[in-house]
Structure formats: structure tokens, C-alpha cells
Design a protein around this ligand. Sequence first.
Ligand code: WT7
Length: 641
Amino acid sequence: MSQEALSNLLQENRRFAPPSELAAGANVTEAAYAEASADRLAFWAKQAGRLSWAKPWDEVLDWSNPPFAKWFVGGEINIAYNCVDRHVEAGRGDKVAFYWEGEPEGDSRVITYADLQREVNKAANALTELGVVKGDRVAIYMPMIPETAVAMLACARLGATHSVVFGGFSVDALKTRIEDAQAKLVITADGGYRRGAPSALKPTVDQAVTDTVENVLVVRRTGQDVDWTDRDVWWHELVDRQSEEHVPEAHDAEHPLFILYTSGTTGKPKGILHTTGGYLTQVSYTHDAVFDHKPDTDVYWCTADVGWVTGHSYIVYGPLSNGATSVIYEGTPDTPHKGRWWEIIQKYGVTIFYTAPTAIRTFMKWGDAIPAQFSLSSIRVLGSVGEPINPEAYVWYRQNIGAGKTPIVDTWWQTETGAIMISPLPGVTHGKPGAAMRPLPGISADVVDENAQSVPDGSGGFLVLNEPWPSMLRTIWGDDERFVKTYWSRWDGLYFAGDGAKKDEDGDLWLLGRVDDVMLVSGHNISTTEVESALVSHPRVAEAAVVGATDAVTGQAIAAFVIPRGEGDVDVEELRAHVAKTLGPIAKPRQILVVPELPKTRSGKIVRRILQDIAEGREIGDATTLADTSVMEAIKKALNL
Ligand code: WT7
């Protein structure tokens, strides 16, 4: 869609300058952009200096065999030492690493850096006793409990490569991942708490283990009954009796730290491989820069699940490398009441809060009155990740959670990029609602057309990364060819992220969603994100999902699904007119269906395929990947299907 449509969409054209106090004391200032572009490698070498290296590197970047990068070549480092021990050695052992909040109220734990050091050391010794050695793969299938972070750090300490599998995944998903990585050990729990009740994990592991798995290490979290075999070992029986001492070995900067599988739309899941030195450098720098993190005063909360990359980089490795005090919450936002998150912010005095647009829109739907019951005045930086944040949701977030004054960092990145790539800086950027703005210092991105030509300001195209970055994926586990083909083959020398984007008149970047989500209506490219944003900008719409449905006349026609906001019937004709007015007549949806819920994956992404089935009048396909399968019943009922 055109510039004209873009500027129409941006009716919300206020700019939000950083609060002067934040700007004056910011960790990173405007000067960082110039410094980094003057000498990108020197800039990253300086950031690597934030960490404690056992052996310095010989070369910052080896890019002699693209797209296979090596960062900090020859350097050696232990990630667990950097995330835990060095803070204790610096006299900060009593500092809280995690305020853990279980879902059942009153079930909480406080874990200091000294506690974490003891736990990680014991777990590393336990893994060694089970025969895990450097280079082995360990699958981690856990609820959101402190032992999950401990298990990851114990693997990192030993140089065993972890593969965390989201605790909501099915037997099949877990099994494929265990098989692909040839895991030797699975770490799990009997279960975890979700929506007010214990939900089981161990039975899934029992069905998913394959030949390579020698042991299953089980944390007792809920106390529910579990089946037991010879290969099963209780965490409290093995880990608790271990020595609290463990000497960390230094690992090569390119040693494989973790594999994390992304599903994508087709084919078997891709095992995204991240390594050691470059990864930790970039997650550490970005956590410090993007959130303006101050270790002495901030209380930081990222609401992601550790099973996603956001949890790896911004619950575990980034914050701990910076000596942060973080909140971890086990359960769902509406248990036992819809104000639970705000209650947690109030309880711990959270200052930096990082969540996803899908959550923000859910809170919008639940109403302003709920957060208004809690004191959120401690918050000074708000973050967003996972999908484009609609201007409407941005403004609601700033108004209702950020007291109308807190900067919002809309952070664009991917499992593959490992760390944040494009984002405002809270003490520098004059934020625009809905824009991810500029690549961070040290990062180089562009928007190009079909021929890999950079598009001028005011136009749209494909988002690409045109220089290697420290936390980039190194390959797809066991499949270099697929790595090259998937990410580097469309245009020579460019990493293609799969996202559409626009540069506005100031050259600032707006993400427009996956390019597969672009519709072709009467020969015009229309992004689903733009139509969704236009719908959500109407006061009666809480959330919207748009798909292109086959249409005899226009090729594809726009079908929209909306969740109403507030009481009473929604006037569908008024919504269609609203979209036409906002984006132009070409973007007017053919049909708008009012539904109570939308089908989403566990990570909150809308499953458009299912909506497309509905819009095209087909039998609804596989719904097993949904976070909540009962949503389909509710939708069918609302639409009389
Ligand atoms: C895809 C990556 C990054 C961790 C969570 C998702 C979309 C992510 C934004 C944003 C617009 C975004 C992109 C990207 N995305 N953040 N701030 N604005 N789009 O990781 O599952 O690997 O998904 O999420 O489409 O390619 P992921």
C-alpha cells in the first residue's frame, strides 16, 4: 500500500519526547549511533568488553565465508560465570536476581545472586554425575519456575547445548525437537500451575523420549502423581546433595550455547543455533541500552515465557549478565483475577516492563478500570515485542500503564537475530506510536524493493539486514544448506527476515508484518497489519485479524474478524466505512465478522490459516497448534458455523 495510505493510517502523529530526567541520565545517548557507524567492529569490541573473558579474542569478526559468521574469534568465555559468579565476586551476592511469583497467591521465592550461584553449581555437578559433558544436547521442558533458569545456566556452564521446548507444546512437538537435537537428557517438572490448577508436564515427556535420552531429571513443583521409570531422577534427590562448588571452564566464543526451534509455516521446525560470545555481547548491550537498565535501582519484568527467545535473551542471559533484579511470574494474567500483573508490578515496584501487543490488546478489552486499581507509578520504561504494536494499543499502553509519560520501546527482532535489532532508545528517541524507528547502534538494516534496491523515504518494501551482527544465528542445527536457502538466498549478501516494512518521510522504520501476510486486492498490495490497525483505531474494536480470502472478482478480498470493545452490538457497516476512510476505499473489507476470541498460537500469533478457512467457507483445518482450542468452539458458535 502507498505512502498516502501510510500517512492516513498515522492519524496518530504525535511524537513523544523522552522525559528530561531519563534523557539526562540515559545509559546511551545519540552519540552512540555515530560512534558505531564510524567503526562498527570497534563498537562491538567495546561492548564485548562489558563481559569478563577468560581469553581475549584475536579478531572481532571473521566474515570470510558468508553467511557463516564467527565473532570474537579465538576468545574464550563462560556465560554462567558472567551471569552469576562475577556479580557475587564483585560483592553483589545479596542482590536479588529473581523475585519469583508462583501462580497460586502467596507462593513466591526470592533468589539472590549468591543463591543462584549455589543452585547453578549444584545443578552443573548433578548434570556431570548424569554423564552430561560439553557438546551434549539437553532438552528443557519446564514451567516458569526458577529451576528453568538454573537448568539453562548449568548447561551453559558445562558447555552442554540446551534446547528449551515451550511447556505448552504437545508430545509430537517435543519428540521432534528431542530427536532433531539428539538430546541426551531431558529436564522437566511433574507439572506447573496454569489458570488456577496444576497442569502436567511429565506424561508428555514420558511419551516423547527417544533412544538418545539417557535420563529425565524431574523437578517436583506441583506434587501430582507421576509415572516413574529407571531413567527418571528427581531433581531434589540428585541436585540437592551436590557440592556448591564448581569451577567453570572457559568455552570458545563460537561454542553452541542453545538451539531454539521456530515453527514457521511449512516444513519441519528449524533449530536456530546461537553461540556464545557474540550472543552474550549483544543481549547484554541491548538489555542495557534499550531498557536504560540501572542495576542498582531498577526492577525489571519481561512477561515472556522462557520457552521463547524473548525469555532466553531478556529473562535469563541479558538481565543476568547485567546483574539485574527481575520478576518471573509462573501463571496467566487473569489468575485469580484480571489485575494480577498490575498487582505484581505494585508488589515489587517494577520499573521496566516488557510485554507483547497481544497482551496489551487483551488488557484494553478488559477495560481501563482494572489497571487503574493499582499503583503503577514505579514504571519508567515500557517495552513491546512480538508483532507490530498498533498506534491505538501504543497510546493505551502509554496512557494506562505508563501514566501518560513513560517512553515505549517497540523492539523488532526474531528468534534468528537473537537480540533486539530495531528499537527506540528511551532516553534519545522521540517515539512515534507504531514505529520501531531506527536500527540500534552497531546494527545495519534497510528496506529494499524486489531488486534489492534501497527504497526512498516514504516507501515500503522488504526489511533486510545488510551487515552481520554479533547475536546472529549461526546456522540451522544440522542443516547449513537450509540456513543459506531460508535466509540468504533471495538477494546476494542480504539477510531477509521475512517482514515487510516502510520508511516514513523521516526515514524511520515501520514494521508491517510477515510478507506472507500481504494481500493482493485488485492488483494492490495491502498489508494485513495496516487494515488491523485501522480497525483497532475504531473505539468499538478491541482486537482485529485480517486475511485475504479468494475472490472471483478482486483476486483476494479482505475478510476481517473483530473482537468488540465495550457493550452492545457493533455496527459492521460503520467499521467498513471507517477502514475505507482511514486507508482508502481499496482497503475496505468485503466482510467483517464479529467474534469473541481469535485463534492464536501459544506465542500469541494469530493463526490466519484458520481464519482463511472460515472466510473461504472451508472445513476448518488443523487447530491443534492453538493455545486454547476451545476458542474455535466459541468462534463457530458466534458465526453459526
Ligand atoms: C517475528 C519474529 C522477537 C521475539 C519474539 C518473536 C515479528 C517481532 C516485532 C515488532 C513488528 C515484530 C516479526 C518477526 N515481530 N517483534 N516489534 N514489530 N513485528 O520471535 O517468534 O522469532 O518472531 O515476529 O514478524 O519476524 P519470533
